[in-house]
Design a protein around this ligand. Structure first.
Ligand code: SF4
Ligand code: SF4
Length: 296
């Protein structure tokens, strides 16, 4: 089942069809074309699960398929930016394959671009990602270390203790597992059709790159090209087929899968603030209630 309602800024809920027809307030919270575009981007009617759905927690995907749920149009706004970025690039991808959905009988995936995007010799499989400076810092493996300055505090509670300054390092663990699985899946789909994929890259577009907080995260550019390594087809198939089977089993038996893992639900942060189906999920609803109780 799809997202059928918008959560309005005043906390009420309105059917998306009603919202587009006639907002109950004197003025819409966004321009009508924006709301229409958001509504259009929400629901896809594909028989097989997509790779994006399988990368989410199985419970989240299951609930999105079996419940009518509401979404905050403001929270969807940046996803719309992502769609616009894709469309813009797609229009300029002559002599390349772009935005093609491929199926393998179990699931499907739509890659962004395949061709000579970085140089004229290699066929690169590429994906566009619009993201935040926080995510960009994690993806690039940036982190700070304390470097002794050679000085000590002369007064105060830290008197006599050494002083440190922060220095950036760029060799940390890169948080790219999801993107790696996604791109490798597209690679596998292309290779089984006879295409030779030379390498894989993400073009990461940082939407808040010009802010002070982005500079504090060592993010200074709007665009970064992120290499994605090749992973084993055997592992990939095993992982994705297991997730696809879990989802299929839940849907055919109508049994809610176990809560999303801590990685999938960002240690509960997604359940509390970002999961559109949290109110249909006993685990998420419990976490939210506990949080609200603590905040009261
Ligand atoms: S325009 Fe905004 S406030 Fe009005 S119904 Fe739609 S989502 Fe709600
Ligand atoms: S609330 Fe949390 S556990 Fe429940 S579906 Fe959403 S992300 Fe998964």
């Amino acid at each position: 089942m799809p997202a059928t309602e918008f959560k309005c800024p005043d906390g009420t809920v309105t059917k998306i069809t009603d919202c587009l027809e006639h907002c109950p307030n004197s003025s819409r919270c966004m321009f009508l074309p924006t709301l229409k575009a958001i509504a259009k981007s929400l629901n896809r009617n594909l028989a097989e699960p997509t790779i994006t759905e399988l990368l989410q927690g199985t419970r989240e995907t299951y609930l999105k398929k079996v419940t009518n749920y509401s979404v905050d149009p403001f929270a969807q706004y940046f996803a719309l930016h992502g769609t616009a970025v894709h469309n813009l690039h797609n229009e300029n991808s002559d002599n390349m394959l772009a935005e093609i959905r491929l199926y393998d009988g179990v699931m499907s995936g739509q890659f962004d671009v395949f061709g000579k995007v970085l140089n004229n010799d290699t066929n690169t499989l590429g994906d566009y990602k619009v993201t935040t400076s926080y995510k960009a810092m994690k993806v690039l493996g940036y982190y700070k270390v304390d470097i002794p300055t050679g000085e000590v505090y002369k007064t105060g509670v830290h008197k006599g203790e050494p002083k440190f300054r922060k220095e950036w390092r760029t060799d940390g663990i890169r948080d790219v597992l999801e993107w790696t699985i996604q791109l490798n899946y597209y690679r596998m789909l292309l290779e089984t059709r006879g295409f030779k994929v030379g390498n894989m890259y993400i073009q990461m577009i940082v939407r808040d790159y010009s802010t002070r907080i982005a500079a504090e995260r060592n993010i200074t550019r709007p665009v970064y090209i992120v290499p994605i390594r090749r992973i084993s087809d055997h592992w990939l198939k095993l992982y994705l087929q297991t997730k696809a089977q879990r989802l299929k089993h839940a849907l055919t038996t109508n049994n809610m899968p176990k809560p999303c893992s801590s990685k999938e639900n960002w240690n509960g942060r997604k359940c509390v603030d970002y999961c559109a189906v949290a109110e249909h999920c006993p685990y998420g609803a419990g976490l939210k209630a506990r949080n609200e109780g603590l905040a009261a």
